[in-house]
Design a protein. Structure first.
Length: 170
């Protein structure tokens, strides 16, 4: 994907290469996991929940970010990039691809998203959408009917509640 085209102006020939190298350097030296994420991932994986990442970002950036935060072990073999299938959110294809690779029908998948286009893609895929509202004020484009969490530590309880409702336990 040409960065110059994305920003709508011409850039120096080596700008994109320099930009990506600088981002990688910053990620590898300064990135930290969000509070509660390592504990939440450990809890979900020990409970047997299959988890993956389906991102518009390139695979190498996902891997670098996860390695830096010591979280790659939770996702090894389950990272899906829009760059691989040439379909970017809000197109639901990336989420549908991830579900297929994991062997689950879309309606059995929960998508945690931090962007309106991701929520749109999850809903278009027929998946349960949950907005990660870490800023405390969701954009107007996120429907009020979408599930929300403000911290990652809320996810295990949310999943338990979803499963209870689906099984009719309420």
């Amino acid at each position: 994907m040409d960065l110059g085209k994305r920003v709508g102006r011409s850039l120096e020939e080596d700008f994109e290469c320099r930009y990506r190298a600088r981002v990688a350097q910053l990620l590898s030296s300064q990135l930290q996991p969000m509070p509660g994420v390592p504990e939440m991932l450990a809890q979900l994986t020990s409970a047997g929940f299959p988890i993956c990442i389906a991102s518009n970002g390139p695979l190498h950036k996902m891997r670098l970010s996860l390695e830096t935060c010591d979280l790659l072990r939770y996702f090894e073999g389950r990272l899906y990039s829009a760059h691989e299938i040439q379909a970017w959110k809000p197109d639901p294809s990336l989420f549908l691809h991830a579900a297929q690779q994991l062997g689950y029908p879309p309606e059995q998948c929960l998508v945690i998203e931090d962007s309106p286009v991701g929520i749109e893609a999850a809903m278009a895929a027929g998946m349960i959408a949950c907005y990660f509202d870490y800023h405390g004020s969701p954009p107007a484009e996120v429907p009020s009917t979408v599930l929300r969490v403000k911290t990652m530590s809320e996810l295990p309880d949310l999943i338990t509640n979803i499963l209870a409702r689906k099984r009719g336990w309420s």
